[in-house]
Design a protein around this ligand. Sequence first.
Ligand code: COA
Length: 158
Amino acid sequence: MELREERPDDRWEVEALFDLAFAPGREALSSYRLRDDVPPVSALCLVARDDTGILGGAVRFWPVRVGVHAALLLGPIAVHPTRQGEGLGALLVEESLSRAHEWDRVLLVGDAPYYSRFGFSPLVGVEMPPPTNPARVLGRALKPGAWDSVTGKVQRLD
Ligand SMILES: CC(C)(COP(=O)(O)OP(=O)(O)OC[C@H]1O[C@@H](n2cnc3c(N)ncnc32)[C@H](O)[C@@H]1OP(=O)(O)O)[C@@H](O)C(=O)NCCC(=O)NCCS
């Protein structure tokens, strides 16, 4: 698998992968309102292709803020159903976050049993746009203590 930054010509294949991996209507989720018309953090948006060029997985990131604090929003992330369970999701998470030198903190909406292995834990007092289950709002400090005392609504970084 080769991991590299997503390029404009990857875009529709990545969209198709997300459509395959998620329930229909994913773009109606409230978290997408944080992304509308906001450019992604392109240096961290990665695709994984095998040696024949087939797309195995992809991850994208958006900039958001929590109060006055900038944060990365991880997601969507998906691995093709035929490649799941091979460690590709872990590779995408770890490699993208290892490139996030300029950022202090990252959050996502997801399953704690999966993301806890990467150091994510529930963020108390950090509110994603409703309706979002608060128990699925998870964060990881990229610099020591970066989530300490950071609370409030997650908002678009306009
Ligand atoms: C979630 C996803 C990205 C993980 O990618 P992956 O390449 O299969 O993951 P990995 O190979 O790194 O890890 C596999 C392990 O994670 C576990 N796992 C995967 N999804 C999980 C979940 N939602 N909750 C708990 N554990 C999960 C698997 O059971 C497996 O466990 P094991 O290591 O004990 O065998 C992938 O399953 C996927 O695309 N799912 C559909 C889209 C999705 O849900 N995206 C995330 C939205 S937050």
